[in-house]
Design a binder for this molecule. Structure first.
Ligand code: C2O
Ligand code: CU
Ligand code: CU
Length: 522
């Protein structure tokens, strides 16, 4: 593979993590607030296709093999080839050989047993993002599933040994009890040091949890409910995914070339694995489950044209399920791993309108995401009730502990990387030990953009930048985006399961370059 020289994407402000670390300061790059976040554009080495030519793919729903005691699935992780750009064959790593992986649909409180077989050349780890999952099935970054074809210990990381790791050979079961509200979850690879490139190659899929409360609302459903995984990628001149790994085999040396330490941006925007797709809709309400599956890129999504009167996105849910009441937005800022559940009423547009989902943080090819064509009138018996759900209050008074964590550039084993509380990731560094059932306030502060994600728990945003939560901070979240220099307070109850979990930055390059740490529910 070869690549063009990287080009600075915004204002030449990106001095690089090393500069920040060397200066020993967190230079808040406030001018970068309106930029697509933290990262460096990697340009594709082949001509990009015209947008809005490829139909929107909908990932297939995976069928369970057995449904007696629990829903049992088997998923094989394997290499495959996909036609992502028209006429170009791209090697991928996929769950069941497809990207995105198949969608799993579950019911609240009904256990899923996912049997994963690893036919890839490297170890993998499966994490159900947003899942309220026992620690042994949460996809701890060292709980490796070794390749079925074998794996030599000589390949093991940079000398880090985790005595608590649960290693399996070739395959294992993940058990998800799903004692949680209906929500848009997703599953993706989570191997220590190599999550970014593995997800980039395709290891990500939707896992939707449904429940009776949500079913009773009468929201748009069936063909009018669309999961949309938005992810940027670049392609080399041979049509392979381009990614600046230091070790292309993903075996020993983690991290990316120094120009990309802040994050890898692609110049092709994929939705459900298709470049700038197009989708015909009826002039009715649609439910869009938006997921930012990108490694580093943030988007600010908007409808172009907006519907008359504005408020085109009616948000009904956040990362962890329904809001208490719908909220109308003209745009939606979305950081890696965040989800929005929104209803768009295409009946507000005349038949024939082309409605483009645009990215207000992009330029050129990255300013567009996909297009809807309002093709026909149709009956619409869906509703968006004024009251959606009950969100039990969680107030400051309930918190027993407040903890502070800084997310900054820092030295990682002699290289530039990213640290939490000054420390790079280590499996045995315990940064917090909440007691089971306790409610805690966690305060995060960031040098540059960092989307912070907690495993196990959903949280509420209590404050942002010392002010009340913003218009996009409603509902229950599991990932919160911090702007440069910003602080955010979240509150969560640590219930359900004891054990060791991680929290980390979901900029996948930051995550792989050590911006992760542990908490243990005791
Ligand atoms: Cu979406 Cu710890 O991951
Ligand atoms: Cu997660
Ligand atoms: Cu980060």
């Amino acid at each position: 593979m070869s690549r063009r020289l990287p080009r600075r994407t915004f204002l030449g402000l990106a001095g690089g993590a090393g500069v920040l670390a060397a200066a020993g300061i967190a230079a808040p790059r406030l001018l970068a607030q309106g930029a697509p976040g933290t990262g460096e554009l990697l340009r594709s080495g082949l001509p990009l296709p015209e947008p809005y030519r490829v139909p929107l793919p909908i990932p297939p729903i995976l069928r369970p093999q057995r449904t007696a005691d629990a829903d049992h699935y088997t998923i094989t992780q394997r290499t495959a080839t996909a036609e992502i750009l028209p006429g170009v064959r791209t090697p991928i790593w996929g769950y069941e050989g497809i990207f995105p992986g198949p969608t799993i649909e579950s019911r609240r409180d009904r256990t899923v047993v996912a049997h994963h077989r690893n036919e890839l050349p490297v170890p993998t780890v499966v994490h159900l993002h947003g899942g309220h999952t026992p620690a042994e099935s949460d996809g701890y970054p060292t709980d490796l599933v070794l390749p079925r074809s074998g794996w030599s210990a000589a390949h093991a990381g940079h000398g880090m040994v985790d005595a608590r790791a649960r290693i399996s050979n070739g395959e294992r079961d993940y058990v998800f009890p799903l004692r949680q509200r209906a929500a848009t979850l997703w599953y993706h690879d989570h191997r220590m040091d190599f999550t970014g490139p593995a997800v980039y190659r395709g290891l990500a899929g939707f896992h939707l949890v449904r429940d009776d409360e949500e079913d009773a609302l009468g929201l748009p459903s069936g063909e009018r409910e669309l999961p949309l995984m938005i992810a940027d990628r670049s392609f080399d001149e041979h049509g392979e995914f381009a990614y600046p790994s230091l070790d292309r085999s993903l075996r020993t040396t983690p991290g990316v070339e120094s120009a990309y330490v802040e994050g890898v941006f692609g110049d092709v925007i994929l939705v459900n694995g298709a470049p700038w797709p197009v989708h015909e809709v009826a002039a009715t309400r649609y439910r869009l489950r938006l997921l930012n599956g990108s490694n580093a890129r943030r988007y600010d999504l908007a409808l172009d044209p907006p519907p008359p009167g504005g408020g085109g996105f009616v948000q009904i849910g956040a990362d962890q399920g329904l809001l208490d009441a719908p909220r109308a937005h003209d745009h939606l800022p979305i950081a890696p791993a965040e989800r929005y559940d929104v209803v768009v009423d295409f009946g507000r547009y005349p038949v024939g309108t082309e409605v483009t989902l645009v990215n207000r943080l992009g330029t050129g090819s990255t300013a567009q995401v996909m297009r809807f064509v309002v093709a026909r009138r149709a009956a619409d018996d869906s509703r968006v009730p004024a009251k959606l759900s009950e969100i039990p209050p969680l107030t400051r008074e309930q918190a027993t502990t407040t903890r502070d964590f800084s997310f900054r550039a820092g030295a990682v084993h002699g290289r530039s990387g990213w640290v939490i509380g000054g420390e790079p990731f280590s499996p045995d560094l315990m940064s917090a030990s909440p007691r089971l059932g306790d409610t805690e306030i966690w305060r995060f502060v960031a040098d540059i953009h960092h989307p912070v994600h907690l495993h196990l728990v959903g949280f509420r945003i209590l404050s942002r930048g010392g002010r009340p939560p913003g218009p996009f901070d409603g509902g229950i979240k599991d990932t919160v985006d911090l702007a440069p220099g910003e602080s955010v307070e979240v509150i969560a109850r640590f219930d359900g399961y004891r054990g060791r979990y991680v929290f980390h930055c979901h900029n996948a390059e930051h995550e792989d370059m050590a911006m992760m740490t542990n908490f243990e529910v005791v």
